[in-house]
Design a protein around this ligand. Structure first.
Ligand code: HEM
Ligand code: SF4
Length: 570
């Protein structure tokens, strides 16, 4: 029988539950890299092998090996950390990584620039903080996200409890992580069902992403994820159960219309008691039905397109032994964060800070990393990373609020005045991401300064408009769900997408291709002008661009590449 599975499938199968030759590779001092097959496996342990792309030309000239280093992504369900854990990650970043911490769009922390010989020391420190990076990347269930809304603390408590239960249940069981990184005893391999009862030897066909949302906030961007749960409240404000969403995803490839972003479908409603059972059933159906030949067609979104939602639901219900009820009504209002102070039920305060693109660092005039360290040293509540790459200092007693706010203000961590900047996200891209076609994190702030000038001229400075940028079409900052989406096409060049919904429920549409800096500003300025003069009361920018005919409306994923261009706009 021929084996037409993708190469990654064979690597996973032969890896002995994610061990591969990682332990040997770490001891190999002649190179800063690891062998190719292990590069795939190390992702399941929460790491990527990268190289500093800024240094590539010089090192090539000098005939040196690339400047290899690893990125480690920590697993932080719901984005909640204690101040002690924050301090350890901050220390590790300065001792072993490039000095900074990067909060991500999926509520985790990434550390960049860790050389191979420091990996074990880094992971030991992370372990000492009762954290790890298991399944933060790779073909498994990744970090489970959760609305960190501290305003409704009881509902939030239920949502985070559920988040942790789902996360724990779907964690890989292989002891490989402990063996390789923490010098644990080698535990003999067993039967597939024993080692990985849910995943088996070949894990998932592709990454799998789960979120939990608490309306009216859609900050987790539920429609971008494989599986989501929406809290549905009773009239008296307690949780009645959860709507289940399936089949969202962002990634696509330029020039390949068979690949597209897709918003998730609402599949039904279940009680809290059934949530984990349903999650496991959905994971195993995708494990068995997902495409293992073509990785570009391997996400759940394509399984649902190919098989249909009804067939998928029936199989999930059969495996879970649970019949889903009809989905209940819900309303989302936005995907953004509510900056500043909010008071919880118990009188404690929660301060949402703005951290540009999630990059925690000290730069001249803004010692933000130092400031957050100072806050962590005195803070008795917790730190919550938001799905928008921001940070909430949560559960602050009244007597400490002034001091914490002072530290934050002095470091420039309070929300900026610009409505665009307040609603912005960028993926990491250059210099670390090997897939980046263009800059993102290092460029978006500068672009926004230019756009803010135009917005000011039209009187739109304070308007909340969602803008997101990524360095390639994989979509790590979910650009196809932002009102202004910019996706790297090549060095200094971007595709511009418009028309997504402010509440995260509708994808955008390609508006213009291959724009450089001036091209982006020139393309957007007339749209801003039209919005300023022609919008209806309360009309969002994304909705306006459709009504005014700048772009056609995108229904769902398969429709994403349709009706693009001038003709569609006439
Ligand atoms: C489909 C293909 C994708 C691939 C191959 C991919 C690969 C990567 C890589 C290599 C990085 C590391 C960049 C760095 O830190 O230097 C990264 C970062 C990240 N990716 Fe993806 N990614 C994909 C799609 C997505 C999507 C759709 C999401 C979210 C919905 C996502 C979420 C993230 C997050 C949260 C980060 C951390 C940095 C940030 O917050 O910007 N990825 N991805
Ligand atoms: S969107 Fe592309 S460039 Fe940006 S981090 Fe993800 S893979 Fe890298």
């Amino acid at each position: 029988m021929t084996d037409d599975r993708s190469r990654n499938e064979r690597i996973k199968e032969a890896s002995d539950y994610l061990r591969g030759t990682l332990a040997e590779g770490l001891r190999e001092e002649i190179t800063g890299a690891i062998v190719e097959d292990d590069q795939q496996l190390v992702k399941f342990h929460g790491m990527y092998l990268q190289d500093d792309r800024d240094l590539r030309p010089e090192r090539t000239r000098k005939k040196m090996e690339k400047a290899f280093a690893f990125m480690i992504r920590v697993r932080i369900p719901g984005g909640v950390l204690t101040p002690h854990q924050w301090l350890i990650l901050d220390q590790v970043a300065r001792d072993y990584a490039n000095g900074s911490m990067r909060m991500t769009t999926r509520q985790t922390v990434q550390l960049h620039g860790i050389i191979k010989s420091n990996l074990k020391a880094t992971l030991k420190q992370i372990d000492a903080a009762v954290l790890n990076s298991i399944a933060a990347c790779g073909d498994v269930n990744r970090n489970v996200m959760c609305n960190p809304n501290p305003h409704q603390s009881q509902v939030h408590a239920a949502a985070i409890a559920l988040t942790r239960a789902i996360s724990d249940h779907l964690l890989p069981r292989t002891p490989a992580y402990r063996e390789i990184w923490l010098d644990g005893e080698r535990i003999a391999g067993g039967e597939e069902e024993v080692v990985e009862p849910i995943y088996g030897k070949t894990y998932m066909p592709r990454k799998f992403k789960i979120v939990v949302a608490v309306p009216p906030s859609n900050d987790v961007d539920i429609f971008a994820h494989d599986l989501g749960y929406i809290a549905i409240l009773d009239d008296n404000g307690t949780i009645a159960g959860w709507n289940v969403t399936v089949g969202g995803g962002m990634g696509m490839t330029h020039g390949e219309p068979d690949t597209y972003p897709r918003t998730a479908d609402v599949m039904g409603f279940c009680t809290t008691a059934d949530v984990v059972k349903i999650a496991e059933a959905i994971v195993t159906v995708q494990r068995d039905w997902g495409d293992r030949k073509n990785r570009k067609h391997a996400r759940l979104k394509y399984t649902i397109e190919d098989r249909g939602l009804d067939a998928f639901r029936a199989e999930v219900e059969r495996r879970a032994g649970v019949k889903l009820a009809a989905a209940r009504p819900f309303t989302f209002t936005s995907t953004g964060d509510q900056y500043g102070w909010s008071q919880g039920d118990d009188g404690r305060g929660h301060l949402t800070l703005f951290v540009q693109n999630g990059r925690v660092q000290d730069v001249p005039g803004a010692a933000q990393q130092t400031a957050l360290r100072e806050i962590a040293k005195i803070h008795q509540g917790d730190f919550r990373i938001t799905p928008n790459q921001n940070l909430i200092i949560a559960n602050v007693p009244t007597e400490q609020q002034a001091e914490i706010e002072r530290i934050a203000r002095e470091a420039g961590l309070l929300a900026p005045w610009s409505g665009l900047r307040r609603n912005s996200m960028a993926c990491v891209a250059l210099p670390t991401c090997g897939l980046a076609l263009a800059e993102s994190e290092r460029y978006l702030p500068e672009l926004m300064t230019a756009l803010d000038e135009k917005l000011a001229a039209h009187g739109l400075s304070a308007d909340d408009i969602v803008i997101r940028m990524t360095g390639c079409p994989n979509g790590c900052a979910r650009p196809y769900l932002s009102e202004i989406g910019l996706v790297g096409k090549g060095p200094g060049r971007y595709n511009l997408y418009l028309g997504a919904a402010f509440d995260g429920s509708r994808l955008s549409k390609l508006y213009a291709e291959d724009l450089d800096h001036n091209g982006i500003v020139a393309a957007l300025d007339p749209v801003f002008a039209a919005y300023a003069s022609g919008r209806q009361k309360g009309e969002r920018f994304g909705d306006f661009t459709i009504r005014a005919g700048f772009v056609a409306k995108t229904g769902n994923g398969a429709d994403f590449h349709a009706n693009v261009g001038a003709k569609a706009r006439m």
